[in-house]
Design a protein around this ligand. Structure first.
Ligand code: GRF
Length: 213
């Protein structure tokens, strides 16, 4: 059975749905860079080691990432899942786990990498927004995309209402991506694209605004 290590910084709602998704893998540890991150309690409640490694205790990014790698490697992970882990990672970290390090980002990448994605989507006036699960590469919020989910943007939306609509889809997309990885169904091409083995080819489109007469 494959081992998964999840890295978090906060409430851990994505962690929660992953733990509840009956994925045929072992969640070996949950690590937070912030003491008291709520998500740690979700791990503890399920008997999963919940570890805090406070980045503030380290002089620099390299030092923290080296300690984080040492901690992660104790759990012999096949997959490292970033679930709201709010740290920029060093190239040494990203290189070490290349091909087995994935992230969820609240935008339809490659648009809106970085922070405040919902505010930026509203400011740009896009009609469709969403989330992406992708393999992590050295470039922030880039890397081969595994799955995306799209939602309509409403005129009445605030960053908070849009975030809520996207989060519902995050909670569907991330367990699928992790399951596909665990089942060995993700095919990474040389030009940096990911395909799902056995994926249905659908022609269904999302129109936003929809129901236009
Ligand atoms: C999610 O919106 C995720 O896309 C982003 O950080 C947030 C984490 O939320 N990377 P949670 O901690 O999983 O509830």
């Amino acid at each position: 059975m494959k081992n998964i290590v999840v890295l978090i910084s906060g409430r851990g709602s994505n962690l929660g749905v992953l733990l509840d998704a009956a994925i045929p893998a072992r969640f070996a540890a949950v690590i937070s860079n912030r003491p008291g991150a709520l998500g740690l309690q979700l791990a503890t409640a399920r008997g999963i080691p919940a570890i805090t490694l406070d980045h503030k205790a380290f002089a620099d990014r390299e030092g923290f990432d080296a300690a984080l790698m040492a901690e992660i490697d104790k759990h012999a992970p096949d997959l490292i899942v970033l679930a709201g882990f709010m740290r920029v990672l060093t190239p040494a970290f990203v290189n070490r786990y290349q091909g087995r390090l994935i992230n969820i980002h609240p935008s339809l990448l490659p648009v809106f990498p970085g922070l405040h994605t919902h505010e930026r989507a509203l400011a740009a006036g896009v009609k469709i927004h969403g989330c992406s699960v992708h393999f992590v590469t050295a470039e922030l919020d880039h890397g081969p995309i595994i799955i995306q989910a799209a939602v309509p943007v409403h005129e009445s939306d605030t960053p908070a209402t849009l975030a809520e609509r996207v989060l519902v889809e995050e909670h569907k997309a991330y367990p699928l991506a992790v399951r596909w990885f665990v089942e060995g169904r993700l095919k990474l091409t040389e030009d940096g694209r990911v395909f799902l083995v056995g994926a249905p080819q659908t022609a269904q489109a999302l129109l936003s605004p929809g129901d236009v007469k």
